[in-house]
Design a protein around this ligand. Structure first.
Ligand code: NAD
Ligand code: TYD
Length: 362
């Protein structure tokens, strides 16, 4: 048995691949185009593991994807591949339209053709799981109830609009063609291998480097935070027991204001790696110009996945953030490689002549 994971060299995808192979012997074919956010070093521990087949390529490649599906005959596709950073989407929305919307469309078409030709039992068992975000629901007021699966889509950023569009395509491919799809809408993740352009890793890395900790606006924007390994277990659970055509909200029951997150990280660093001058890391906090169109609050009602599939997060925010800070302190080489851009040479360094533009086995 085999699954095809897309975007498996990114933050959540690489955690998912590592997690999957720690619990199962089922082969993972990992298709990732290795954009700036793709980092094969995350998967270095799988270098000699034949259960992991890495393929460098685009979900929108209408030649490569059908060939991979035909060759590996996966029983499921888990789609993580996307541009994922809101600030980047504000500066350059085109990549988001191309990768998240057009890419998902083309992937759906490739998968539909493969699925339609499967023999009856394999066809019935096949699943396409689309990994999406709570940001598609828009912004909540202070006392609004948390997002449920029946909230209307009101995306506000180019990122969330592109994810919303991809969710709609996935939904339509189920209703129109019968493709057995599942969609998960998850809140903000954090944990190991998180690219330090997002709030939590950026604050850890900047704090240790003596740089400012930029807090947008008044820092009172609220997000729900989920430890990445809990997101991975939720996806596994939905893949296993989710009902085709359904969507599942995934969250950590951890609503926090950004400023509180930054202060928590500073406090952890103060005790784990105090500044040489003995001053608190919080001295590095700087309030900076707000993000345009900044969503004020996200909150996830994750009762459906708990009720129907028995999934609950294992980590509280306190345990998850402590693990995360400890991981960054213990993996300074990874951080240095990301910051120097060295990680982009990793394929060449690690796989040498074996790597080609379309296929490299890790
Ligand atoms: P990421 O930016 O760290 O990784 C994305 C990966 O996808 C990268 O390895 C990149 O190379 C790859 N990729 C991008 N476009 C591709 C394409 N066209 N073809 C093949 N590969 C491509 O993102 P992430 O934070 O790991 O997020 C993964 C998924 O989860 C995304 O779909 C995102 O929308 C969703 N999500 C993320 C969060 C979060 O907090 N990070 C929360 C909820 C949902
Ligand atoms: P981010 O990690 O980019 O995730 P998202 O925008 O998808 O929620 O940002 C999390 C929150 O932190 C968001 O409200 C924006 C804010 N933020 C800052 O205040 N400073 C920063 O430097 C960054 C990157 C984000």
């Amino acid at each position: 048995m085999t699954i095809l994971v897309t975007g498996g060299a990114g933050f959540i995808g690489s955690n998912y691949v590592l997690d999957w192979l720690a619990q199962s012997d089922e082969t993972v074919v990992n298709l990732d185009k290795l954009s700036y956010a793709g980092n094969l070093q995350n998967l270095a521990s799988l270098k000699d593991d034949s259960r992991h087949v890495f393929v460098k390529g685009d979900i929108g490649d209408a030649t490569l994807v059908p060939a991979l599906l035909a060759q590996y005959q996966p029983r499921a596709v888990v789609n993580f591949a996307a541009e994922s950073h809101v600030d980047r989407s504000i500066h350059g929305p085109g990549e988001f339209v191309q990768n998240n919307i057009v890419g998902t469309y083309q992937l759906l078409e490739s998968v539909r053709a493969y699925w339609a030709a499967l023999p009856a039992p394999a066809k019935a068992d096949f699943r396409f799981l689309h990994v999406s975000t709570d940001e598609v629901y828009g912004s909540l007021g202070k006392s609004d109830p948390a997002f449920t699966e029946s909230n209307t889509y009101e995306p506000n950023s180019p990122y969330s609009a592109s994810k919303a569009a991809s969710d709609h395509l996935v939904r339509a491919w189920h209703h129109t063609y019968g493709l057995p799809v599942l969609t998960t809408n998850c809140s903000n993740n954090y944990g190991p291998y998180h690219f330090p352009e997002k709030l939590i890793p950026l604050v850890i890395v900047n704090a240790l480097a003596g740089k400012t900790l930029p807090v947008y606006g008044d820092g009172q924007q609220i997000r729900d935070w989920l430890y990445v390994k809990d997101h991975c277990s939720a996806i596994r659970r939905v893949l296993e027991g989710g009902k085709p055509g359904e969507t599942y909200n995934v969250g950590g029951w951890n609503e926090k204001a950004n400023l509180d997150i930054v202060r928590t990280i500073c406090g952890l660093l103060d005790s784990l790696q105090p500044r040489a001058d003995g001053k608190p890391y919080a001295d590095q906090i700087a309030f900076v110009t707000d993000r345009p169109g900044h969503d004020r609050r996200y909150a996830i009602d994750a009762r459906k996945i708990e009720r129907e599939l028995g999934w609950k997060p294992a980590e509280s925010f306190d345990t998850g953030i402590a693990k995360t800070v400890a991981w960054y302190l213990g993996n300074q080489d990874w951080v240095a490689n990301v910051q120097s851009g060295g990680y982009r040479d990793w394929v060449q360094t690690q796989y040498g002549g074996q790597s080609t533009p379309t296929a490299a086995t890790a």
